[in-house]
Design a protein. Structure first.
Length: 119
């Protein structure tokens, strides 16, 4: 999952850098006056800034959604773990009770034989 996010971030970074380089080369090689070129550079800069803000906003929303999903999964895992813990506790208590009953039963049987041997 982390590899997908890294790949996406690398793609977006490469796309933006490539776009900037392409725009700069196109503006420098275009047959326009300096004033027109400066206006185009300014307009492209504003446009790229808006695109970066949009992309960053989308990435932030995706990150928040993934964080909420991770929190929900962690909460679910915690609840399932609590259920398993409670089940194990009750099994241990049942085993202890059964052991106590078996020990008492064995002690009662041995105690009766010991009293018969004394008489």
């Amino acid at each position: 999952m982390a590899d997908n996010n890294d790949d996406f971030g690398a793609f977006v970074s490469g796309f933006m850098i490539g776009g900037l380089i392409g725009a700069a080369v196109a503006l420098l090689l275009a047959p326009q006056s300096g004033e027109e070129t400066r206006l185009m550079i300014r307009d492209k800069g504003i446009e790229l800034k808006d695109q970066v803000e949009t992309t960053a906003g989308d990435a932030r929303v995706r990150a928040e959604e993934m964080a909420q999903d991770a929190r929900a999964r962690a909460s679910d895992a915690q609840k399932r773990g609590q259920v398993v813990l409670e089940q194990q506790k009750s099994r241990i208590e049942e085993a202890i009770d059964a052991g106590k009953k078996a020990a008492k039963s064995a002690s009662d049987k041995d105690g009766g034989k010991a009293e018969e041997a004394k008489a």
